[in-house]
Design a protein around this ligand. Structure first.
Ligand SMILES: CC(C)(COP(=O)(O)OP(=O)(O)OC[C@H]1O[C@@H](n2cnc3c(N)ncnc32)[C@H](O)[C@@H]1OP(=O)(O)O)[C@@H](O)C(=O)NCCC(=O)NCCS
Length: 173
């Protein structure tokens, strides 16, 4: 297995098309009624030889937490093709992404949202659940995720998560 982190604009169209094709087969669960998602700035791709097995998108975003600006690395669209699941490929992509957020973005935190059934996966690679509420922008205006949305952060340093309302200052990822 090897892992690539690529600027999204440099991801070959053939790979994007293949990922899109596989993504429609996946059960993404609740998409929270969001109509506009943020595009990725980078793509983390896991390969077995010539075959991609797992991927995620990474976004660099200045958000607000409790009214204060905070740089985060956002993780979204985590997926492993069904035949490669349960072998640690998504976990490996998450570890690579978390290291990139710390060392390349120099952001103090990673941030993602997920359903409750995914908490264990992300906790096992160092992510922690934090309280909301979490608001974001849509073409229709400002929206807030439902109370049961799980928000998780990856602390890159020993800085404590500030707590308080989170504003993604743009569409979610
Ligand atoms: C969620 C998803 C990305 C996980 O991908 P994956 O590559 O199977 O993930 P991993 O193999 O790293 O981890 C999956 C489980 O296998 C376990 N595992 C990891 N390595 C393993 C190994 N070598 N052998 C056996 N089990 C292993 C993990 O502990 C994890 O268990 P958990 O779910 O109880 O935490 C995949 O199921 C998927 O694409 N689902 C549909 C899309 C989706 O829901 N994405 C998440 C949005 S938040």
């Amino acid at each position: 297995m090897h892992i690539e982190i690529t600027c999204y604009e440099d991801v070959p169209q053939s790979l994007r098309d293949d990922i899109d094709k596989r993504a429609v087969e996946l059960d993404w669960g609740d998409t929270y009624g969001v109509t506009e998602w943020a595009g990725g700035d980078w793509q983390v791709t896991v390969w077995e030889g010539e075959t991609w097995t797992s991927m995620l998108l990474l976004v660099k975003r200045a958000i607000m937490v409790d009214g204060q600006p905070l740089l985060v690395g956002g993780i979204g669209s985590v997926m492993t093709v069904p035949e490669w699941r349960g072998r640690g490929h998504a976990s490996a992509a998450m570890r690579a992404a978390s290291t990139f957020i710390r060392d390349q973005l120099k952001a103090p935190f990673g941030l993602l949202i997920c359903g409750s059934h995914r908490v264990h996966l992300y906790q096992s690679v160092g992510w922690q659940v934090v309280p909301g509420p979490l608001s974001f922008s849509q073409p229709s205006g400002k929206r807030t995720f439902p109370d049961d949305t799980i928000i998780m952060v990856y602390p890159c340093t020993d800085q404590r998560w500030p707590g308080g309302p989170i504003d993604l200052c743009g569409p979610p990822w």
